[in-house]
Design a protein around this ligand. Structure first.
Ligand SMILES: [Zn+2]
Length: 200
């Protein structure tokens, strides 16, 4: 029996995503597209790969990822953890997944949340940058470079910051980064390739 051809109009226009304006509504693959492709919970995400590759090429914080293979996927549903929507995840592979992925890292973004929170192109890029920040590196005892998951730099409660402000070193670093950004008003493409700093 010959399988019916997939309707081409339903294909996801992944090639159009890289050059969108930062303020444009991104539009992750719809529920329908996951059904049509019949690949279950995940879809390949060449659009995310393109955006992430520009970040890896431009940002010095990702120098160790240059030339590394990373798998990018859209996930049908991100779910939630401790009452917060899980927008994406950066996973270090091991065992069977590593064997088939032939990659140290798999990064997925939650298509349902990206759509329901109406994330814009710039926000999807920021989310990918966040996930890439988890993909770290360490040197083992033999001097070999090894993939290492990096935890968040800061964690806290808005109510706590409202009452006490930047009361620890961690929050001070966060506040400084925040103030620096508002000085320069980040725009897409304003990252200095040499230093990784954001240009005004
Ligand atoms: Zn994270």
């Amino acid at each position: 029996m010959i399988a019916e051809a997939k309707p081409t109009t339903m294909r996801y226009p992944s090639h159009k995503k890289l050059n969108m304006e930062p303020g444009e509504l991104y539009g992750a693959p719809s529920e329908k597209l996951f059904d049509i492709d019949g690949e279950g919970d995940f879809l390949p995400a060449p659009d995310l790969q393109d955006i992430a590759q520009v970040l890896i090429d431009r940002c010095t914080e990702f120098e160790h990822l240059l030339g590394q293979k990373i798998i990018y996927l859209w996930r049908r549903e991100g779910g939630e953890q401790q009452g917060l929507a899980t927008m994406g995840k950066c996973q270090k592979t091991s065992g069977l997944i590593k064997h088939f992925a032939e990659s140290e890292w798999v990064i997925w973004l939650a298509a349902d949340h990206v759509n329901s929170y109406s994330l814009m192109r710039g926000q999807v890029e920021a989310l990918l940058h966040h996930e890439l920040c988890h993909a770290g590196e360490m040197i083992d005892k033999e001097g070999n470079k090894k993939a290492k998951v990096i935890g968040h730099d800061f964690d806290g409660f808005i109510a706590n910051v409202r009452r006490y402000g930047a009361w620890n070193e961690n929050l001070k670093l966060c506040r400084n980064a925040w103030e620096q950004l508002s000085l320069f008003d980040y725009r897409d493409g304003d990252v200095d390739k040499e230093t990784g700093e954001i240009r005004g």
